[in-house]
Design a protein around this ligand. Sequence first.
Ligand SMILES: [Zn+2]
Length: 90
Amino acid sequence: MQKKKPVRQCVACREKKEKSQLVRVVRAPDGTISVDARGKAAGRGAYLCPTDSCLERAVKSRALQRALECEIPQETFERLRAQLKEGGDG
Ligand SMILES: [Zn+2]
């Protein structure tokens, strides 16, 4: 018997991975968009591979905007990218 682990889909490359291998980007009820390192923040979320390329692709293809139902300004994008690096395997 194999226990199923929670799987989520990256909004950029559409690869399905274990939840723990993706990062959750969340739009809080106050409109703040951030990387939700613990995956528990309230709000509307989208899952991404923790890579620059998937973040960039998600924003350029507007997949992230669609998932979060809001715009992603350049400065928010830069902030997400920085947060992604901090949360990476460093
Ligand atoms: Zn991806």
